[in-house]
Design a protein around this ligand. Structure first.
Ligand code: FES
Length: 114
């Protein structure tokens, strides 16, 4: 890890891949980070684990993420396309240990825009 920088690998719904570098002290959730980088994440609930528009799959680095809470698990249970790798980006706080995290944004654009 470079000094105070973590790298997040993001695959968008269309398959495009981008490596994002952020300072370790940015103190953002992954949802906030994706929105800041103009990914199409509605986050209509504002990060309360209530809308699931921030659904992602964790491709690498899941072992370094905080465990999902009951609200996140309950919301994930409602999704038709949930997998063992599913998380809600709003529930993921990023820190040093998340260097080289790799995620894929889930859900169709149409779902997210409705
Ligand atoms: S922003 Fe609503 S569940 Fe994550």
């Amino acid at each position: 890890m470079e000094d105070n920088i973590i790298h997040i690998n993001v695959t968008d719904r269309d398959g495009s891949v981008q490596n994002i570098e952020i300072p370790t002290d940015v103190n953002m959730s992954l949802m906030e980070l994706l929105k800041a980088w103009d990914y199409n994440i509605l986050a209509t609930c504002g990060g309360m684990a209530l809308c699931a528009t921030c659904h992602i799959q964790v491709l690498r680095g899941a072992e370094n993420l905080n465990e999902p809470g009951d609200m996140e698990l309950d919301m994930l249970d409602t999704l038709p396309d949930v997998t063992d790798q599913s998380r809600l980006a709003c529930q993921l706080r990023l820190g040093n240990e998340n260097d080289n995290l790799s995620i894929q944004i889930e859900g169709s654009l149409a779902d997210n825009l409705s």
